[in-house]
Design a binder for this molecule. Structure first.
Ligand code: ATP
Ligand code: MG
Length: 550
């Protein structure tokens, strides 16, 4: 069923929410999507966005966009703006735009509460010592000598940490939980560290920054989040999430529910690794059409609908699985098959002279923009004495059952006439430079008399065609799971981009808008990337069929 947008599939999270609502546990569902602004969003984030905004919308609830911005050295406003743009482009509206940094003051006060209750302490162990004291999965940790510091001393030291009296790394605020816990996250986790760097929003107001686990649960509670949906790796952090909220004075306790991360074959979904591809120049930027980022997919020609369909189709479960690229590609193919205008483009042109066609004649042929969708209207495709066809559509030595053009054979030019090839002209190197043909003037919109012509090929009028650059994108990696490689850049596909500089596209494309999507008939789906100085560049979104599985 492709009508997934109206009838969302049941999943365990939707079930929990439905039960909570029918039990009147909450009057309204409130969720949030909490990205860290340290890179662009990728297709994995789209899964989380569709889930968080989706369950809120379905239940007439709200979803906030909250930047988890507690790590200023890696974060930036530029990333935050790109994230806002991508969430909106996917078709979602946040109830409120929030930042963890909005809560720096309450977070600080809650930490003071924990200290006052004897549940947090300032530790002066070095990072190396803390690691050594932490123990291992098989061995209990060791308590820090500072663990029994007095409450008064802890309050004093924490205030002075905030005031900037100490160097980075000299002190840490830690929760006092259990150094023997089998869950390493509960072995007196860090709550605050000293970082003497400016924050993109709070400037130099703070030189201590709260840790993710501590910040996240409190931010959720302050926003009245009912269901805090996150990926499976946070399951082991849930006891800490609950511990913090149980031990501070706050009357909201969101329920954390974990679901499986999305991974997609032949690519990578990790901002850190994608950043490496950008920084090392393996791609042209975060929005390179080969990147699995929302911005990259958009530039490749993906639609928000196709991405939302994909997220719905893969479902939400508790089991990690790597999704085949074909699943994503089929979503965009289905969408573009219905919505993209048709056009003709010749990527590897060879000149065809129709010798018996009147020299100066030009016929303006009217063709449907879409074979099923009449509302899209017609386009004018000029026909003249010299046209281009694709090298691929002529064979000197035809393979068996070849239906396209051969010397002495006939073929139909799509939407126009049947032509017959009489002579093949080659250059000194043996490359075909021209095909001399004749046309049958009684075949426009009519079958030829007394014979069958099976092949139909696309073409453009030489005099009217527009020169274009066409970029053929392929998988970024050669292996299904590049993330598992020691050096994932070694698995990059060296042929992931083929640039065709001398393509010829039909004249109607002169009016194409930036980002407009087309089916180049018999070739694939493309979108107009830019037309700087009248130099058109089309990006291939996806091939017409899945070339990898045939
Ligand atoms: P990355 O490793 O790419 O930086 P992250 O989880 O650190 O991912 P965040 O910006 O913290 O990135 O993620 C925001 C939200 O998106 C989180 O709730 C996270 O669980 C979710 N998310 C991130 N990656 C995926 C994924 N591959 N599949 C589903 N959800 C994801
Ligand atoms: Mg993160």
């Amino acid at each position: 069923m492709s009508n997934t947008e109206n009838t969302p599939a049941a999943n365990f999270i939707r079930q929990i929410i439905a039960q909570d609502l029918s039990a009147k546990k909450h009057s309204q569902v409130i969720t949030r999507f909490p990205p860290e602004p340290n890179g662009f969003l990728h297709i994995g984030h789209a899964k989380s966005i569709c889930l968080n905004f989706g369950v809120a919308t379905e239940n007439k609830g709200l979803c906030n966009l909250r930047f988890d911005d507690t790590n200023p050295e890696k974060e930036s406003m530029e990333y935050a703006l790109a994230i806002e743009k991508d969430v909106a482009w996917l078709g979602f509206e946040w109830a409120e735009l929030k930042h963890s940094s909005d809560y720096f003051e309450p977070l600080y006060l809650f930490a003071v509460q924990l200290i006052e209750k004897g549940l947090a302490y300032v530790d002066s162990l070095s990072a190396d010592e803390i690691r050594a004291y932490r123990g291992s999965l098989t061995e209990a940790g060791k308590e820090s000598p500072d663990r029994n510091r007095s409450i008064a001393d802890n309050l004093d030291l924490f205030a002075r940490m905030r005031a900037g009296e100490f160097d980075e790394g000299s002190y840490l605020l830690r929760a006092k939980i259990d150094m023997a816990s089998p869950n390493m996250n509960m072995r007196d986790p860090a709550l605050y560290r000293i970082r003497k760097i400016s924050h993109q929003r709070t400037g130099d107001d703070w030189c201590i920054y709260p840790m993710y686990d501590y910040t996240h649960c409190i931010s959720d509670a302050l926003e009245g989040i009912t269901h805090s949906l996150c990926t499976l790796e946070f399951a082991d952090h849930r006891p800490l999430y609950d511990w913090v909220l149980d031990n501070i004075e706050i009357d909201c306790h969101p329920q954390q529910i974990e679901f499986a991360r999305l991974s997609l074959e032949y690519t990578i979904v990790s901002k850190r690794k994608l950043n490496k591809l950008v920084v090392e120049g393996h791609v042209s930027g975060w929005d390179d059409p080969r990147m699995p980022t929302i911005a990259g997919l958009r530039r490749a020609g993906y639609t928000p609908k196709a991405i939302r369909d994909f997220c719905e189709r893969i479902g939400v479960t508790k089991k990690d699985a790597s999704i085949e690229v074909a699943v994503l590609e089929n979503c965009i193919r289905e969408d573009l098959n219905e919505t993209a205008g048709r056009a003709m483009a010749v990527l590897d042109p060879v000149k065809v002279t129709i010798e018996n066609y009147p020299d100066a004649q030009v016929e303006e042929l009217s063709m449907a923009k879409h074979p099923q969708n009449e509302a899209m209207g017609q386009r004018i495709v000029p026909f003249s004495k010299v046209v281009y066809i694709d090298q691929d559509d002529f064979a000197d030595v035809p393979p068996p059952k070849y239906k396209r053009l051969i010397e002495g054979g006939e073929v139909r030019l799509r939407g126009a006439y049947v032509i017959k090839c009489h002579e093949v002209i080659k250059d000194d190197a043996g490359k075909i430079i021209e095909l001399r043909c004749t046309y049958d003037e009684n075949t426009l919109g009519k079958k030829p008399e007394g014979r069958k012509v099976k092949g139909v090929i696309h073409w453009v009028s030489a005099e009217h065609a527009i020169d274009a650059e066409v970029r053929l994108y392929d998988r970024l990696f050669n292996v299904a799971n590049p993330g598992a490689e020691d050096d994932f850049t070694a698995a990059l596909n060296p042929n992931s981009l083929e640039v065709i500089t001398h393509a010829k596209v039909e004249a109607s494309l002169a009016k194409a808008e930036l980002g407009e999507r087309f089916q180049f008939e018999r070739v694939g789906y493309f979108c107009l990337d830019h037309n700087k100085n009248n130099q058109f560049v089309f990006n291939r979104t996806v091939t017409l069929r899945d070339a990898w599985t045939v």
